[in-house]
Every structure is written in C-alpha cells, then in structure tokens.
Ligand binder design. Structure first.
Ligand code: DAH
Length: 326
C-alpha cells in the first residue's frame, strides 16, 4: 500500500460505518505485513520492523482523529442562548386550536357562526340589553369609548339583538366567538382585551333543561371529558331568569381536573332572553335562550395555565408544553 493510499482511505470515509470498514481493512493489511516480516532475517526485521511500527502508529493516530470528529458531531452541545431553529411545519397556537375545536362543536350542534364588529354601537352593547345610561358597566373606568355613539365592545352579547332583528327563519341557533375590551390592568387574571363565546337559541319548546344540555355537550367536547355543571340563580339585565354556570373541579397535579365531587367553579352566565328584548325585536311570543363564557378562562382550565398573559405571549415552546397538559 502506498503511503498516500491509506491516508486517502481514511479521509474519504464520510460516515463512522465506512471508517470502521477502513479500519478493519488497514488492520488486515498490517497483520499481513507482520506475518511477512516474521519470515525475514534479523537485519531486515530491525529495519522493516521499525518502519512497520511507524506506519501502524500513523494509521492508528489518523483513525483516532477521524473517530473523534464523528463523535463530536453526535455529542455537540446545544447552545441555549441561540434562537431556536424555526419549526419546519409551524405550530398552531393553543388559542387557534381551541377556537377551531369550538367552531366544530357548535356546528355539530346545528349552530351558525355570527361575527360582530369590535367597534360596536353603544346602542347594541348597552341600550338594547337593558343596561341604561346609569348602569355601572358603562362607566369610563370599565369601557373604552370611541365617541358618543361607539365603543370597543365590552361583551359579545352585543350581537344578540342584531341577530334576533335580522332572523329570516322561524328558528335560530347562533354563536359568536370574539374579542371584547374592558378598561382593566393586565395581570395574571385580567386583560384589557379578552375573548368571549356567546350562544343564542330560539326554538319552540326549548327549556332551561335544553340550555343546560347544550352547555354540557359543548364543555364535554371542548374538555374531552365529562364535566358536571349546575345552574345557580343570578342576575343579568338581558336575561330573565338568569343563572351562573358552575363546573365542578379539584386540584390534581397542579391543575384543576373536573370531577363530580369537586369545588364549584363559575364558568359563565346564561338565561332566557328578557321579554322586553324579544318585544324590541318583534318576537313577543317567542322564547329564546342565551349563554356566555370567557374563552381564555376555559382554555386556562383545560391546559392548566395559571397566568392569563401566557396566552398572549406567542412563545412556541411554552405553548407546546401546555398542549401536553390537557
Ligand atoms: N355578557 C355577559 C358578560 O360579559 C356574559 C353573559 C351572561 C352572556 C349571561 C349571556 C348570558 O348570554 O345569558 O359577563
């Protein structure tokens, strides 16, 4: 074997497997040379033996260097201070996934989607919902006004009368998911912008029992587990009677888990749409139901997120961590 020949062989081995093959080949070559040497006389053994030893040391050294190169590739440390490589396929935000799931659930229940504007008329956000000029929610401290007639809507319930006014069919199942705005400081449980889910049903013969069934079905499909709920009498100006909706949950592994014997947890409001509102929409003799929930609240419960602000940060790794916790 020429001097350069073994060097080329080692150099050209571009995988650890190829290098192992070259190593075996060179060992066989050296073994054969040793045998040949054994047949020689003392003088030749002295001279050629030294040369063979040098060659063997050189080959061993080159192979070791190359093996080290390969092992460095595999044990290369990750520098956590560098930005993450951008994920090839992209990832959906927990928020997007949740809205997509809710869209599916509502559509399965025969609900049509309704979208309302973020800048809403004060008329639809307050007046028609029995929240007169002196209602505390209309205070500047709680509401962002654009001008004398418009505001950043404070509740998705603002779509309610519009939907009832524009109803073309005798029955209605509609829902809306959208942003609402409150003049609040951002912290772990508050945000000046958050999202609400609103549902409306107008159908002959529908009762509070059905309303409870709709909410139960929605929650069961959203949380992918059975959720026991109960209604507690309450007050909202736009429904009569009104109820708060409670789900039962217990803390488990630093996360609330729904269970029959858990503590009651308020997750939304509902009720029969107030007769004065139905009359305003020419639906005097009809019966309609509405329910509303905070979307972030549901998402935080599902994924065990304790700080609301996490949902607004768009941190991919954090999102992926919480996705596993559902
Ligand atoms: N709009 C209410 C809020 O922002 C939530 C709500 C309660 C909606 C009762 C409803 C309802 O439709 O019936 O707190």
């Amino acid at each position: 074997m020429e001097n350069t020949e073994y060097k080329n062989l080692i150099q050209e081995a571009d995988t650890i497997e190829k290098l192992h093959k070259v190593k075996a080949q060179l060992n066989a070559f050296l073994g054969q040379k040793m045998q040949e040497l054994a047949a020689k006389n003392i003088e030749e053994k002295k001279i050629e033996g030294r040369k063979l030893n040098e060659l063997k040391n050189e080959i061993t050294k080159l192979i070791k260097e190359k093996e080290d190169q390969f092992s460095q590739i595999h044990t290369k440390r990750i520098d956590y201070t560098l930005p993450l490589p951008f994920p090839k396929s992209g990832k959906k935000h927990i928020f997007t996934e949740s809205v997509e799931l809710l869209n599916k659930i509502f559509k399965n229940m025969g609900f049509q989607e309704v979208v309302g504007p973020d800048i809403e008329k004060i008329h639809y956000n307050f007046d028609v919902l029995n929240m007169p000029a002196d209602h505390p929610a209309r205070d500047n401290n709680d509401t962002f006004y654009m001008n004398d007639e418009e505001l950043l809507r404070t509740q998705v319930t603002a779509i309610q009368v519009k939907v009832l006014e524009s109803m073309k069919m005798p029955t209605l199942r509609a829902y809306s998911i959208g942003q609402v705005y409150r003049n609040d400081k951002n912290d772990a449980t508050h945000s000046c912008m958050f999202n609400q889910i609103e549902g409306i049903i107008l159908e002959p013969g529908v009762t509070m029992q059905h309303l409870k069934g709709f909410i139960e079905y929605m929650l069961e499909n959203f949380f992918e587990k059975k959720v026991k709920i109960s209604f507690k009498p309450s007050f909202f100006p736009f429904t009569e009677p009104s109820c708060e909706v409670f789900a039962y949950a217990k803390s488990h592994n630093d996360k609330l888990e729904f269970c029959e014997d858990g503590e009651p947890l308020e997750i939304g409001g509902c009720g029969i749409i107030h007769p004065s509102i139905l009359e305003r929409c020419n639906k005097k003799n009809e019966q309609a139901f509405a329910f509303g929930m905070g979307l972030e609240r549901l998402i935080m419960l599902k994924y065990g997120i304790k700080n609301l602000q996490i949902l607004y940060k768009n941190h991919i790794q954090e999102m992926e961590y919480y996705k596993q916790r559902k």
